[in-house]
Design a binder for this molecule. Sequence first.
Ligand SMILES: C[S@@+](CC[C@H](N)C(=O)[O-])C[C@H]1O[C@@H](n2cnc3c(N)ncnc32)[C@H](O)[C@@H]1O
Length: 494
Amino acid sequence: MKITAKGNPREKKQELGQFLTSSTVAKFMASMFGPLPRTIRLLDAGAGAGALTLAFVSQCCENRGEVIAIEATSYELDEEILDALGATMCECERRCSESGIRFAFTIHSTDFIQEMSSCLVGDLFSTKPPAFDVAIVNPPYRKINTESVERRSLRSIGVETSNLYTGFIAMIHRLLVPGGQLVGITPRSFCNGPYFRPFREDFLNHLELRRLHVFESRKAAFRDDCVLQENIIFHAVKGYYQPSEIVVSSSSGEQGDNITEKIFSFAEIVHPNDAEKFIHIPSNTGHAAAKEIMDGLSGSLSSLGVTVSTGRVVDFRLRDNLRKEPERGTVPLLYPCHFNGGTVQWPKLVARKPNAILDNAETRPWLVPSGMYLLVKRFTSKEERRRIVACVFDPDQVKAEWVGFENHLNYFHANGQGLERHLAMGLYAFLNSTVVDQYFRRFSGHTQVNATDLRMLTYPDLDTLQGMGLEMTSLDLTQDEIDKLVSKGLHACR
Ligand SMILES: C[S@@+](CC[C@H](N)C(=O)[O-])C[C@H]1O[C@@H](n2cnc3c(N)ncnc32)[C@H](O)[C@@H]1O
């Protein structure tokens, strides 16, 4: 049975965060559970047409073990998919009866977040929340803004999160019995980034991570639905002590493809001293080598006297002050489109973006005094050659007293001023190196390159960076030349 949500209008699908799991991925997820209890209370929240419940039930039927009964509970808001969900439950019933497993199911066509938060709030009027031994889930993905009903419901039980999928996961682990298991497929975005920090903490405080699986291609898991999220599958157990080791696997996502698997110490996945609790996923050998090198560096941005910030000019807020071309009373305004190899091309009149911003009382607080800055793009994708793309803003090249860096850029500075020239050049080489790129890919699960991500990297010490800067004869180096220069610099500082 193949049911897609393609018949739904696009907006409805987006509103519901509806991306259906392929049977190959569902089967793979069902195979990830550890030993199961004899009677299983199963939860599928945001069940769609029931692909995940069907895969789980089929797995139990084929590989029955001790299981004698399954009680399946599904939550699904989309009325148009309920018939398909009902039909899938009947199919589960049939398979179980053939295998001698008792099967019962309940479909709730209600809002999972609202219904469960009112149970979990635990006041005099709330009903007791249900308990589950197993949950298999592909939750809906959608941003939820601060004042939305979902956000308020989640807040009522102490969960502060900005996406529906993290809200679902936070809710689900509260419904699991101790030792209960969860296999979920979600965007990888929760693994880093400041917005997901409270969620990561909540997740790691209540769930013991046992396995992580990533796909090599962003299109793999939901090809039918053109999802361009990077996805991750995790297996976790309700409990309070992380294991010493965890399995990390990866595959292309194609049917019958090879799955590569490796065991890592948990400390490699979540670094014990990392206050941000980033979840690193080393899925290739380059990632492992990069970690070794980065772990050997003792410097931090603050020890270098350097800060990284997000570009301060939010263009739509200062719209009236923007100019396509420089004119009297304006200063340069830099966007990612001005990146030109290692340096900037400014002005760039063929680009659609403005090149200048008026320098006046309204805009001055968002400008910085001209100087030597290192700029890094804030959005790059997994498919690009490098995730961290840095270039140098050189005041000798772009003459101005003040300059505006737009919000799609991060900029490295020294307490709001430009950087010393050789330090800026050394940072340029280091940040554009393959080592940093590979390290970044271990933990970054989305297209953003946050200032926090750049802040939490380890850095070479000042002398080493300045030494690298001195060696930079030009900003027009090949990747190979950059890597050689950085490798030589790091070797010398050991
Ligand atoms: C990403 S889809 C996954 C569907 C199915 N689990 C699968 O893997 O094929 C998420 C599902 O959650 C449903 N959904 C969205 N918001 C919901 C809510 N608040 N309560 C219950 N279901 C919801 C959507 O209609 C959609 O079918």
